[in-house]
Design a binder for this molecule. Structure first.
Ligand code: SER
Length: 610
C-alpha cells in the first residue's frame, strides 16, 4: 500500500490519541518572542520550559506535527534526503513513560499493518548511546530493542542491527554534543531508528556500511531523545526533575520509508510541485544530472511559500534575508537549467505548494492571492539585478572577495549566488575570504542573522525575559491610557530592545505615550509579583485574560498575571495568555524608556522601548 502524507497524518494522530496523548497545536514557524532563533527548527522548541520542569497545560503526554525550517541545511539540499522545510512528527512524555514504552511505541507505529506504516521490521536498524565519562552506556535501550526484534523473530545483535555510537551521533540537544551545550540547556542520550533500502554500499563513503554511513543505503527516520539532563555552569550535568522523552521523526522521511523509495522528492509532499518545476525548466526529473537543481528549486520555493505565509517579506536582514536567499537561489537554478524560463511558469509551482498542503496549512485560492505577489515582486527585482550584475561579471576577468562583496552591496547578489555564477565561469571564490570582507563591513543585521542560522539555543538572556514581562506591562498600560480598542498586533524582542505593534482606534499622542511609560515604570517600582496558572481556555477568557487574536490556542492555556496571587487572579493588573518565561517580580525589569513611537499602517502603531 502506498501511504500518502494525509494518511500518515491520520495514522499518527489516531495512534497517539489511542495512547492518551493530547495533540498540541504547532508553534509559529517564525517564533514570536524568541530572538535567539529565526525559525522553529525542531518539534521540541516550544516544550523547552516543560522539559525543564514546568507543567504543560495539556498534560504529560503530548504529540504534534511541527512545521520546521532548518536553513543551516541549505547547502545539503540537492541530494535525495535533505530539505530546508520539513515537518517533524513528535511525541513527548514529561516524566510519564520512559525508554521501554517509547521504543515500543515507535516500533509499533512503524511496523503495525493497521495502526501504523506496516514497514517490514527486517528493514529497521537502530543506534544506541555507547556512554561517556559522565553518562553510562544505555543498557535499557539495548535490551528493549533486543526484545522488540525478538518478538518479530529477528535476532538483533549489538554491533550489527543495534549499533553503539558516541555522543556526536547519539546525544541530542539543540546545541549538539554535551561539550557544546550552554549552561541551562536540556539534553540527553538518544536512540535512532534507520530504514535500510535495497542496494550496494558505496565504498567511497568508507570500508564498511553501517547505520550512520552516508552512502544512502540507510535513512534515519526517527529519534527518541531521553531528555533527563541539564548542563550546569561548571560543565557537568545535573538530572532534570523528571525523565522525559522527546521524540521526533521527519514526515517526509517516514513517507519515503513507507514507500521503500529513498528519494523524499518522490513522496506526495514534493511530487506534484516537482511536476510544475519540470515544466517550468523543461527538464525531466528522470535525468540523474538534473536532479540536484530540480530538488533545490522545489525545496526552496516550497520553503519560501511557508515563510511568506508567516508574514515575512524579502529583505536584507533576518528572516527576510533567508527568504530572499531561498527565492534567488531557486531562480539562479531555474536559469541554470533553462536560460529562457518564463516568469509565468512560477505561479503554477507556487500553486502546487499550496495545493499540496491545502486544508492543512493553506487555503489555496485565498493564499495564492497573498503569497504570489510577494514572490513575483522579488522575482522582478532579481531579474533586474541579475541582468545588471551579469553584465558587470562579464567584464571582470577574475573576482576577488572585495568585488564579490560589492556585488552583494550593489546588486544584492547573495554570496552563494555570486559563487555559483562564478563557478559557471570556472572561477573559485572562497567563503572564508568573503567572510573576512563581510566582517570588515560590520553588517550587523545580517551577521546576527547568520549566528541564528546555526539554530535556536536556550540563551534566553535575562534581558529578553525582562523585556518580555515589560511587554505585558506596556500592553496593559496602553489599555489604561487608550481604552478598549487596543489590540496587540505583534511583538518582537531582542537582547537590546523590545518592539510592540498594536492597533488603536485613535492615534496616541506624544503625551499618551509618555503616560504609558510612566504607568509601566510605576508598576515596576511597585515590585509586583508575576505568576501563572494553567486553566481551561473559557475560564481564562471569562477572567478577561488578553489573548493574541492571530494565535490558535489549545483547550488548556497558561495565563500569566502581574500583581496578584492565584486566588486573586481576577484582580491582577495584567492577565495574558502566554507561554512565558517571565521575571518573578516586576522590580527585576529596571527602568523602561519608550524610545520611539511611530505609525506603521492605518490605525497601526509601533513602540520601541529599552
Ligand atoms: N529533538 C529531537 C530532534 O529534533 C527529537 O524530537 O531530532
Amino acid at each position: 500500500m502506498k501511504i500518502g502524507h494525509k494518511k500518515l497524518r491520520q495514522l499518527y494522530s489516531a495512534f497517539f490519541n489511542e495512547l492518551d496523548h493530547a495533540q498540541v497545536p504547532p508553534s509559529h514557524l517564525v517564533p514570536q518572542d524568541d530572538p535567539t532563533t529565526l525559525f522553529t527548527g525542531s518539534g521540541m522548541q516550544q516544550f523547552v520550559p516543560n522539559l525543564l520542569g514546568v507543567a504543560h497545560p495539556l498534560g504529560d503526554k503530548l504529540f504534534d506535527i511541527q512545521p520546521c525550517v532548518r536553513v543551516q541545511d541549505i547547502e545539503e539540499v540537492g541530494d535525495n534526503r535533505h530539505d530546508t522545510f520539513f515537518e517533524m512528527m513528535g511525541n513527548w512524555s514529561l516524566g510519564d513513560y520512559f525508554k521501554k514504552e517509547q521504543l515500543r511505541n515507535f516500533f509499533t507505529f512503524l511496523t503495525h499493518t493497521e495502526k501504523g506504516l506496516g514497514i517490514d521490521p527486517n528493514r529497521l536498524y537502530v543506534t544506541v548511546f555507547e556512554g561517556n565519562d559522565q553518562v553510562a552506556r544505555d543498557e535499557v535501550s539495548i535490551e528493549t530493542w533486543k526484545t522488540l526484534f525478538d518478538e518479530v523473530g529477528i535476532k538483533a545483535e549489538v554491533g550489527d542491527r543495534i549499533r553503539m555510537y558516541p555522543a556526536n551521533k547519539n546525544w541530542w540537544s539543540r546545541a549538539g554534543e554535551p561539550d557544546k551545550m550552554p549552561a541551562g540547556e536540556p539534553g540527553g542520550p538518544d536512540s535512532e531508528v534507520f530504514y535500510k533500502f535495497d542496494g550496494e554500499h558505496d565504498p567511497a563513503f568508507g570500508k564498511e556500511c553501517h547505520q550512520n554511513c552516508d552512502c544512502g543505503l540507510f535513512l534515519e527516520i526517527g529519534n527518541s531523545v531521553f531528555m533527563m539532563y541539564k548542563k550546569v555552569s561548571d560543565g557537568t550535568f545535573e538530572e532534570l526533575p523528571k525523565k522525559n522523552v522527546d521524540f521526533g521523526g521527519g514526515l517526509e522521511r517516514l513517507l519515503a520509508a513507507a514507500q521503500n523509495d529513498p528519494d523524499i522528492f518522490n513522496t506526495d509532499v514534493f511530487s506534484t510541485i516537482m511536476k510544475a518545476v519540470e515544466k517550468a525548466t523543461n527538464h525531466s526529473y528522470d535525468v540523474e544530472t538534473c536532479k540536484p537543481a530540480l530538488r533545490i528549486i522545489t525545496d526552496h520555493l516550497k520553503t519560501a511559500v511557508f515563510i511568506i505565509k508567516n508574514g515575512v517579506t524579502p529583505s536584507n536582514k533576518e528572516q527576510g534575508y533567508v527568504l530572499r536567499r531561498l527565492l534567488r537561489r531557486a531562480l539562479v537554478k531555474m536559469r541554470a537549467l533553462n536560460k529562457n524560463y518564463s516568469i509565468d511558469s512560477i505561479e503554477p509551482i507556487i500553486e502546487e505548494v499550496l495545493k499540496t498542503y491545502d486544508d492543512i496549512y493553506f487555503e489555496t485560492t485565498k493564499d495564492l492571492k497573498e503569497i504570489l505577489p510577494v514572490v513575483m515582486d522579488e522575482v522582478a527585482k532579481f531579474q533586474k539585478t541579475l541582468e545588471r550584475g551579469l553584465k558587470e561579471l562579464d567584464t571582470l576577468k577574475s573576482v576577488d572577495a572585495k568585488q564579490a562583496f560589492d556585488l552583494y552591496q550593489t546588486y544584492g547578489f547573495p554570496f552563494e549566488i555570486t559563487q555559483e555564477l562564478l563557478a559557471e565561469k570556472g572561477i573559485h571564490l572562497s567563503q572564508e575570504d568573503y567572510d573576512k570582507e563581510f566582517a570588515s563591513h560590520k553588517e550587523k543585521s545580517r551577521s546576527s542573522a547568520d549566528q541564528k542560522f546555526k539554530g535556536g539555543l536556550a540563551d534566553k538572556s535575562e534581558q529578553t525575559v525582562k523585556y518580555h514581562t515589560a511587554t505585558h506591562l506596556i500592553h496593559q498600560a496602553l489599555f489604561d491610557v487608550m481604552g478598549n480598542s487596543v489590540r496587540q498586533e505583534g511583538s518582537n524582542i531582542t537582547a537590546v530592545r523590545l518592539r510592540f505593534d498594536f492597533y488603536c482606534a485613535a492615534k496616541p499622542t506624544e503625551e499618551d505615550i509618555k503616560k504609558v511609560e510612566t504607568i509601566v515604570n510605576s508598576h515596576i517600582t511597585s515590585a509586583l509579583p508575576v505568576g501563572f496558572k494553567i486553566m481551561p481556555k473559557e475560564e481564562a477568557q471569562t477572567l478577561g485574560a488578553r489573548s493574541f487574536f492571530k494565535e490558535k490556542y489549545p483547550d488548556q492555556v497558561k495565563v500569566y498575571f502581574i500583581g496578584a496571587d492565584e486566588d486573586t487572579i481576577r484582580e491582577a493588573y495584567s492577565k495574558e495568555f502566554c507561554g512565558g518565561p517571565h521575571v518573578a517580580n516586576t522590580s527585576e525589569i529596571g527602568k523602561i524608556e519608550i524610545e520611539r513611537f511611530k505609525k506603521i499602517g492605518s490605525n497601526m502603531f509601533r513602540i520601541y522601548a529599552k
